[in-house]
Write a protein that binds this ligand. Structure first.
Ligand SMILES: [Ca+2]
Ligand SMILES: [Ca+2]
Length: 348
């Protein structure tokens, strides 16, 4: 115990110098006094696979963290548990952390301890950057993930705060940026509470089944925030699917089921079709429906499992706010709906 306490005293004085170095680095622009070794949280028996800035040999984990804090490029570390013959440990300084790294990059490895800054520190860093800057390196704050990728080509997939309408206006919110999909242009992904494949049964009247879709992200509280994302993006898409057993969908102009746009309008085209394709699903556009005289496979309305699915891509209608279905009253009539995450990419 005494040894540990002594180490902490030495460590604290070393910290002041390390913090000063860190401050000079420009990495951390305010609230420097809140940064401490205590912000680095260990993940035992794990190693983060990321770009190594350097791999110094150090006496202990304190020296390893100190090396990281002193190097403005360092965001997290891997520390080798076993020393070499000179009693020195490998200390890998990494250019990203477990929050930003690609899923799966933090791997079990009993020979290492991984240390990333705590999530709390990430929040501090984000809030302490200057105007229009965000992230652990105080990058330019993006309106969308595509814009973040444009200004920071090295940005990796992970959670980011975006502010589609810029300073003021609506509040920024947290999204997932997929920096590899769509040729690496930077895809903004917003999930919701209705992604699970869900049974519809016992609702006969048209649109009597209602599923309200709520989009999820820290700071995301209203649809206009998402409208900003759609406006700033070149393309947006959302996958929609209805699996049906004797449950009609758009039914040649007398819909039993439909989706509701962000303006609360009843939409009479399905995934894979566009708004000019009235009462059509993807098969109606390609003249390949189960009944060639009808606009959707489900509109055959018979005792066979069928499905209509595809991407909705009209930015002025997205995101999907409600799903409504009917024609599922019989003991055998039923359906399942599936709705994908909202994905936007490219710069409008
Ligand atoms: Ca704003
Ligand atoms: Ca029916």
């Amino acid at each position: 115990m005494f040894f540990v306490a002594l180490r902490l005293v030495i460590w604290t004085s070393a910290l002041n110098q390390a913090t000063a170095n860190f401050q000079q680095s420009g990495l951390y622009r305010a609230h420097e006094q809140k940064l401490s070794f205590g912000n680095f949280k260990p993940v035992k028996g794990h190693k983060l696979f990321a770009t190594k800035i350097s791999s110094p040999l150090v006496a202990d984990v304190f020296d390893c963290v100190s090396s990281c804090i002193s190097d403005s490029r360092c965001i997290s570390i891997n520390f080798a548990v076993s020393p070499d013959s000179n009693k020195l440990h490998v200390c890998e300084l990494l250019d990203t952390d477990k929050y930003r790294a690609t899923a799966g990059d933090l791997q079990v490895n009993v020979g290492f301890l991984h240390y990333s800054p705590s999530f709390y520190l990430n929040l501090l860093l984000q809030s302490s950057c200057q105007r229009d800057l965000v992230g652990i390196r105080c990058e330019r704050k993006g309106k969308t993930c595509s814009e973040i990728k444009l200004y920071s080509p090295q940005a990796t997939s992970g959670s980011y705060v975006i502010d589609p309408d810029g300073e003021g206006g609506y509040e920024p919110f947290t999204v997932y940026c997929d920096m590899t999909d769509k040729n690496g242009v930077g895809v903004t992904i917003v999930g919701h509470d209705s992604e699970t494949r869900t049974l519809v049964n016992g609702y006969e009247a048209a649109g009597s089944y209602v599923r309200h879709v709520h989009y999820i992200g820290a700071g995301l509280t209203n649809v206009p925030q998402l409208v900003g994302l759609l406006d700033m993006s070149a393309h947006c898409e959302q996958f929609i699917k209805y699996e049906c057993y004797d449950s009609a969908l758009l039914y040649m102009g007398n819909p039993s089921g439909w989706w509701v746009s962000r303006d609360l309008e009843k939409m009479t085209y399905w995934g894979g079709a566009s708004s000019s394709d009235s009462y059509k699903c993807a098969c109606g556009v390609t003249n390949s429906c189960a009944d060639s005289s009808r606009g959707c496979n489900c509109d055959k309305n018979d005792g066979t499992w069928r499905e209509d699915s595809g991407l909705l891509t009209e930015k002025s209608h997205l995101p999907v706010i409600q799903l409504k279905f009917g024609d599922t009253s019989g003991s055998y009539e039923s359906g399942y709906h599936t709705l994908g995450k909202l994905k936007c990419f490219g710069i409008a």
